[in-house]
Design a protein around this ligand. Structure first.
Ligand SMILES: *Cc1c(COP(=O)(O)O)cnc(C)c1O
Length: 397
C-alpha cells in the first residue's frame, strides 16, 4: 500500500499553495534539485565529453524509457525518450501512415489536444495525394472507424474534460478495419494504470512534465509495439536513431527496435531531473494512485457542487470514464481562475470556458481538496473574480 504522506514529503510545494495543476506541470521532486546540480557539477563539470560514456548519458533515453514503460504496461526495451511530444506524435503518425499503404485518412477527435491535430495536418499537407485528417466528436469515434481509416490517433484522456477513451476497444475496432492505432498518453502516464501491450496499441507517445514530474521542457517518450519495432521506418531519421551513429556513414540505416525513434542529442539535464522524479515511483503503486485520485476527485466534485451552483461539471460524472482531472464550465472561468490563483489555489483555464483541476495523490491530500473547495466557494459566492485585474489574459492561461 502506498504511503502518500511519504510520497508527499518527496516534493517541494510552496507554502500556502494548493496545487491542482500537476496535470499541466508537475512540482519539483526534492531530490531532482540535487540530482541536476550533481549532474551539472560532477558530470558536465568534471567529465565533460567523457560523460556520454562514463556517466551513461547516451543510455539514458532507453534506461529511463524502460522505467516509464513499466508505468504504461510496455514490454521492456520498447520505450525511448527524447524531443517534445509534438515531435513524437509526428514520428509515430508518419511511420504508421507508411505502414498502411493505400489508405489516407487519419481519424481523431475534436477533443484532442490541438498540437496533435496540427502535427497531423502538417504531415497530411506534406504527403499531399489525398492524405487528410478527419475529426469527429469524441463519443462518435467508434462509429467512424471504417475501412478508409489508415490511422486512429487519439489522446486517451481529453485534456479539457478529462473524458477517457476505451483504448482496448477502439484499438481492436481499428485493427479490424485494417488501421493502426496511436495513443497519446499525455494525461494518462503516471495518472492511471495503462496497458499498451494488453490494449494492443501500435504506437504510444506522451510527455514527462505532467504527471511524471520531470520539470518544464522535460523530454517526451515514444513506444513502438514489438511487432512493429524493427519495421517502422523513422521519418525523422536523425543520427542517433542510426544503427551505428559513430560510424558516420553517409547512408541512413535505422537502429535496432525503438532506438530508431531517437533523433538527436538527448537533453541530459532534463533527464537527470526525470530520473529523480521516477525514483518516487519506487515508493508508489499506480493502482493505489488511481484509487486515491478517484477518491480526491469525487470529494472535490461533491464539495464544489454543494457550494457553487454556478459551476457546471464538464467532466464525466462516472469516475471510470474520467482521467485524473475534474473540469467545470463557467463563462467567466478565466477571471475566476485568476482570482483563485491569487488566493493560492492553482488550477488552469482552457478556452472557451473550462476551469480545470488536476488530482495528483503523490502530493495532494484530502484536506487540501476541501480547503480548495472552500476558497472556490468564497470566490464564486462573493464574485471576487469580477475585477479588471483578473480579466487581462496572460500568454499562458
Ligand atoms: C501537453 C500535451 C502536449 C504538449 O506537447 P509538447 O510538444 O510537449 O509541447 C501534446 N499533446 C497532448 C495531448 C498534451 O496533453
Amino acid at each position: 500500500m502506498t504511503d502518500f504522506d511519504a510520497t508527499r514529503a518527496m516534493f517541494h510545494l510552496p507554502d500556502g499553495m494548493i496545487y491542482l495543476d500537476g496535470n499541466s506541470l508537475g512540482p519539483l521532486p526534492v531530490a531532482a534539485a540535487d540530482r541536476v546540480a550533481r549532474t551539472v557539477r560532477d558530470e558536465w563539470g568534471e567529465m565533460l565529453i567523457t560523460g556520454w560514456n562514463r556517466a551513461g548519458w547516451m543510455d539514458m533515453p532507453t534506461r529511463l524509457g524502460d522505467r516509464i514503460g513499466r508505468l504504461i504496461g510496455a514490454e521492456p526495451g520498447h520505450v525511448v525518450l527524447g524531443d517534445t511530444l509534438s515531435i513524437k506524435v509526428y514520428q509515430a503518425l508518419a511511420s504508421a501512415l507508411e505502414m498502411t499503404p493505400g489508405k489516407q485518412i487519419i481519424l481523431s477527435d475534436i477533443g484532442n489536444f490541438p498540437t496533435d491535430l496540427y502535427m497531423a495536418e502538417g504531415l497530411a499537407r506534406t504527403l499531399g495525394d489525398g492524405y487528410a485528417l478527419k475529426t469527429v466528436a469524441p463519443e462518435d469515434v467508434a462509429a467512424h472507424i471504417t475501412e478508409e481509416v489508415a490511422v486512429l490517433m487519439l489522446t486517451e484522456v481529453d485534456y479539457r474534460t478529462g473524458r477517457r477513451h476505451d483504448m482496448a476497444a477502439l484499438t481492436a475496432k481499428a485493427h479490424a478495419a485494417g488501421a493502426l492505432a496511436i495513443w497519446d498518453l499525455a494525461h494518462s502516464a503516471g495518472a492511471l494504470p495503462v496497458d499498451v501491450a494488453g490494449g494492443q496499441a501500435d504506437f504510444a507517445v506522451g510527455c514527462t512534465y505532467k504527471y511524471l514530474n520531470s520539470g518544464p521542457g522535460g523530454p517526451a517518450f515514444i513506444y513502438v509495439a514489438p511487432r512493429h519495432a524493427d519495421t517502422a521506418r523513422p521519418v525523422l531519421s536523425g543520427w542517433l536513431g542510426h544503427e551505428a551513429p559513430f560510424a558516420f556513414d553517409l547512408d541512413y540505416r535505422p537502429g535496432p527496435g525503438v532506438e530508431r525513434m531517437r533523433v538527436g542529442t538527448p537533453p541530459v539535464l532534463q533527464m537527470a531531473a526525470l530520473e529523480a522524479a521516477l525514483d518516487v515511483w519506487d515508493h508508489a503503486e499506480i493502482d493505489d494512485v488511481r484509487a486515491r485520485s478517484v477518491e480526491l476527485s469525487e470529494l472535490f466534485i461533491r464539495e464544489v457542487e454543494a457550494r457553487c451552483p454556478d459551476l457546471a461539471l464538464a467532466s464525466p460524472r462516472d469516475p471510470a470514464q474520467r482521467g485524473s482531472q475534474v473540469s467545470f464550465r463557467f463563462p467567466d472561468g478565466y477571471a475566476a481562475m485568476q482570482a483563485l490563483t491569487a488566493r493560492g489555489v492553482i488550477g488552469d483555464f482552457r478556452a472557451p470556458d473550462i476551469m480545470r483541476f488536476g488530482f495528483t495523490p503523490l502530493y495532494l491530500q484530502p484536506a487540501e481538496v476541501i480547503r480548495a473547495a472552500e476558497i472556490i466557494e468564497e470566490v464564486m459566492a462573493g464574485r471576487l473574480w469580477d475585477r479588471p485585474e483578473f480579466k487581462t489574459r496572460e500568454r499562458v492561461t
